[in-house]
Structure formats: C-alpha cells, structure tokens
Write a new protein. Structure first.
Length: 94
C-alpha cells in the first residue's frame, strides 16, 4: 500500500470551492467540479484517513475475537469511533 498524507484532514474554503488540507498544511485535494455532491465529496475525502484507521482497528479486533459473544465495552468503543468518523464524512462542515 502506498503511503498517504497523514491525517487528520479538514475541509476549508467556500462551498463552491472546497479544499482538503492536512493538519500539516499540505493541500491534499481541491474539488473543482461543482455540483450538488461537491461538499459531500470533500467531506468524504477529508474523512478518508480516519475511516481507514477505524476500519483497520475493527478488522484487527474482529480477527482476534472471532466470536460475536465476546462483545464488550471495548467493541462498543471501536464501533463508536467508526460511527464518529462516518458522521464526520456525512455532516456539513463548510
């Protein structure tokens, strides 16, 4: 897997010209084609590093604990983290 610019990333700029910037200040992307989905696309791109991290964490944990009967507060915390990142990708931030 190729490395990516470390997150977190955030959406800045105007609704019609959103830019995705890394915490380091590096420009990750600019969503240039404006349509009804432009802001949503920018939010999803900005959430990508956290989505990947949450998915990897959930996957690794599920491999270690294959039985659903092992559900506990640790699992709930991981699912809450995943839900928070999904919410970040879906909410308007501009």
């Amino acid at each position: 897997m190729n490395a990516h610019t470390p997150g977190p990333w955030q959406v800045i700029g105007s609704p019609s010209d959103p830019w995705i910037i890394a915490k380091s200040g590096v420009l990750v992307a600019n969503v240039r084609y404006t349509n009804d989905q432009t802001q949503g696309d920018a939010r999803l791109i900005a959430a990508a590093p956290e989505l990947l991290e949450a998915l990897v964490t959930l996957y690794d944990a599920s491999i270690k604990h294959e039985k659903a009967s092992l559900w506990n507060d640790h699992w709930a915390s991981m699912w809450e983290s995943a839900r928070a990142v999904i919410t970040k990708a879906e909410e308007a931030t501009i």
